[in-house]
Design a protein around this ligand. Sequence first.
Ligand SMILES: C[S@@+](CC[C@H](N)C(=O)[O-])C[C@H]1O[C@@H](n2cnc3c(N)ncnc32)[C@H](O)[C@@H]1O
Ligand SMILES: [Zn+2]
Length: 390
Amino acid sequence: MLPFPVRRIREGKAIIFIPDVEVDEPTKAPVFYNPRMKMNRDSAILAVSTLHRRYGRLLSLCEPMCGTGVRGIRLALEAEGVGEVVMGDLNPLAVELAERNINLNGVSNRVRVRLLEANLLLSLHDRPYGRFDYVDVDPFGSPIPFIDSAIRSCRDGGLLALTATDMPPLCGLYPEVCLRRYGGLPLRTDYCHEVALRLLAGSLVREAARHDVAATPLFSYAADHYIRLYALLEEGARKADKRLSDLGYLLHCPNCLHRAASHEYPSSRACPRCGSKMMLGGPLWLGSLSDPDFCSEMLQMARGRMDLDSRLPRIIRLSMEEAALPPTFYHIDVICSRLGLSSLPTELVVSALREAGYRASRTHIHGRGVKTEASIAELEEVLRGIEYER
Ligand SMILES: C[S@@+](CC[C@H](N)C(=O)[O-])C[C@H]1O[C@@H](n2cnc3c(N)ncnc32)[C@H](O)[C@@H]1O
Ligand SMILES: [Zn+2]
């Protein structure tokens, strides 16, 4: 018997019992359930279905921090090719509720839940025991304490999904916490959420390399109050070295907004444009945050699924567009206001940049963000040109 009342909700194809208690935030409930994370779970369904299409065999999944079990149950009901789901939680009430939810949804033949600490559960599935094709780490705050065992419990060619909700350190409010957790410095800038994704990806690439495993981001996004990364894990020392070579630093000038990426530790912090001291971010991942082929397959999976969060297809589409562009973006309003220009539509700026011969795209992270290979000076010239012609 659960020591709290429950009520039923529907999410996707699952019906889930959740605690029926008044709390000011989900973490205070006896078992955690956050309806605002539905899109995060929707994205997991698309990613696992895509993985299945690639391998064409039944997949084994692990969700070591499952709460009500909604994610694992939805994966069993909605993703293609799910053979088994092993869920876990260290909260006995969560495990009991998840068990009830497994039975309610009739998936007890494929989904089970264990009362275990996440690192312990994952370590039980380290080599030579059955490793997983997909591991989904969805903790309170940072996934860092679970990354090592998650990597070890993933098969060669497996997919690791990480959620991070510790945005204040990742976005530069507590740089020392970020350095300690993620091994890199954040940047308190307009594009701090992209830097956050790059710090998480950088951390994963380094952790994986310690095991001669290459981690490659396949789909990453920032939304609401969290970031999410899906990365392919492949065994191989040479490949792991190659990923390490995509780590580096970002320099940002707070005075003129010039920015630069460097694979080496920068020898000077002086801004080449205005001479001010630039801010330093990293080491972090400078490579692509998303793989257009994987994303395009995810998009196909999303087709016709009206029950998915309507923002998700757009996020995936934009991640594909921005994948090959430089590792930061410009905030148009900030730049226009510095130039004394009226605000310009994002699409217009992107097409003007393209007409001027620069690669450019919108970004999923910010509606007023533009990614481009143009320098800040070149962008300013394009913005002035648009204003002049209007
Ligand atoms: C953010 S919630 C998970 C939500 C769930 N994945 C979902 O999609 O609804 C985090 C869960 O991790 C559990 N947890 C926290 N630390 C843990 C640990 N070290 N090992 C296992 N479970 C843990 C908490 O009890 C909580 O249920
Ligand atoms: Zn400068």
